[in-house]
Design a binder for this molecule. Structure first.
Ligand code: HAM
Length: 425
């Protein structure tokens, strides 16, 4: 027997309503905040990610699905969406449009991680990027959108954590201090952290090893090393968040697991579980576009994992609307009636009314059972008598009332129904 690859999952029809709902919320909120959709390829040149996300990050060092195609090109299934969007921004000259350019995506992302609840090797992200402005008011708006999106999905138990990790000017001072602090414990560090200490001391703060995590509590804080401009940016952001009515806590050891960040970093977590099950995170990356070959362009963004949102919707028992189903079921008894049923179903569908129907030649009782299990609002019953008279029986599945109706009456009734239950776009 074949099974799904480890760390991936099938999304069966019974779960689809969660996915469609979240995607609709994402599209609606993005429209409210002025973001346009962008889709980038599922794979990119490997270098795009190693240069942007960073060689010393877990994502690049351990988790990428990298392969050579038949033409010898080094490609990687995208582990995240920011670098591809920046590549597209540069490639298509989007700096010529009014700035900031605001783009959102719903994308499948791949990371070779150890699977556990809420952590998969293939996951799905809703993300967005606001490119071309360094105003802290934009940081406030980006964080507000993240918060409002998760709230509008139905999540209520959330917390927002915020930090600033400085810029090219002030970061080196912080890095040196981190290096000095951790060097004092070099012998107790896990093997990965020994490498991190040499390559990028900031990454020591995301280590999941309990021994290394203990050291984090007394590690130097990025906030104490900010240059006056970064400190002012952070202060102003705090003011904008207050204006927006968002409550946040400052976590001065929050650095995020990707190298491209500068200044603002933030995460939204479930109140109870904390960082292990972060719903979404983001921040500024003011140097990234330049590092990828574009002009100096400040930017920031956010991404949330759909699987984690669904997990938390289930935990919080948040109400999520079901997807509409065809409201009409057609049952038939006999061969001649079956032909009528096939024609009637086609006619109704062409008229915009969703119909399912029984195939084969099962008993009426079995067909009604099927209609019930499909949640049909009405069942149309056609037998020999109805074929002769041209009329059909219409059964209201909620009240079990039945009446014989002419084709004209049926059409009027169902047209009313169609206007109430048009399929979701
Ligand atoms: P990230 O924190 O690496 O950020 O991922 C964003 C979200 O994707 C996480 O908060 C989590 O909900 C979800 N996620 C990540 N890995 C997995 C996994 N293995 N299984 C399930 N869910 C996962 C980024 O990717 C940045 N590109 C976000 C960003 C956008 N920063 C600026 N703009």
């Amino acid at each position: 027997m074949y099974q799904v690859p480890r760390g991936t999952q099938d999304i069966l029809p019974g779960e689809q309503f969660y996915w469609r709902y979240i995607e609709q919320r994402a599209a609606l909120l993005c429209q409210l905040y002025g973001y346009e959709r962008i889709d980038t390829p599922t794979f990119e040149e490997t270098q795009l990610f190693s240069r942007s996300v960073g060689e010393a990050t877990d994502i690049v060092a351990k988790e990428m699905y990298t392969f050579k195609d038949k033409g010898g090109n080094e490609l990687t299934l995208k582990p995240e969406g920011t670098a591809p969007v920046c590549r597209a921004y540069i490639e298509h000259g989007l700096h010529n449009r009014p700035q900031p350019v605001k783009l959102y995506y719903l994308a499948t992302t791949f990371r070779y991680e150890r699977p556990q609840a809420g952590r998969y090797r293939q996951h799905h992200q809703f993300g967005y990027e606001a490119i071309g402005d360094d105003d802290p008011a934009l940081d406030g708006e980006v964080i507000d959108l993240a918060w409002q999106f998760l709230k509008s999905c139905g999540l209520s138990k959330l917390k927002l954590e915020l930090n600033s990790i400085g810029c090219r000017k002030c970061r080196p001072g912080y890095m040196a201090s981190l290096k000095e602090y951790y060097s004092g414990y070099a012998s107790t560090l896990c093997p990965d952290c020994k490498i991190r200490l040499e390559r990028n001391p900031l990454r020591l703060l995301d280590c999941k090893n309990p021994l290394c995590q203990k050291l984090e509590a007394s590690a130097p804080r990025s906030i104490d090393f900010l240059c006056p401009e970064c400190a002012d940016h952070f202060r102003q952001l705090g003011r904008y968040l207050e204006l927006l009515g968002l409550t946040f806590s400052e976590n001065h050891r929050l650095v995020r697991g990707l190298d491209y960040y500068t200044r603002t970093v933030f995460e939204i977590q479930p109140e109870a579980d904390g960082a292990q099950s972060t719903l979404g995170g983001g921040g500024r990356y003011d140097d990234l576009i330049e590092e990828l070959g574009g002009r100096p362009t400040p930017a920031l963004g956010f991404a949330a994992g759909l699987e984690r949102i669904i997990l938390n919707l289930k935990k919080e028992r948040a109400p999520v609307p079901a997807l509409p189903k065809p409201p009409v079921f057609i049952a038939h008894i006999g061969k001649a009636a079956k032909d009528e049923a096939v024609k009637l179903a086609a006619g109704l569908r062409r008229g915009g009314i969703g119909v399912t129907g029984a195939l084969g030649s099962r008993s009426l009782k079995a067909q009604l059972r099927q209609a019930n299990s499909l949640d049909a609002r009405y069942t149309i019953i056609i037998g020999d008598e109805e074929v002769k008279s041209g009329r059909v029986i219409l059964r209201d599945m909620t009240t079990s009332e039945q009446k014989t109706v002419s084709p004209g009456e049926l059409e009027g009734l169902l047209r009313q129904l169609a206007s109430k239950t048009s399929p979701q776009s």
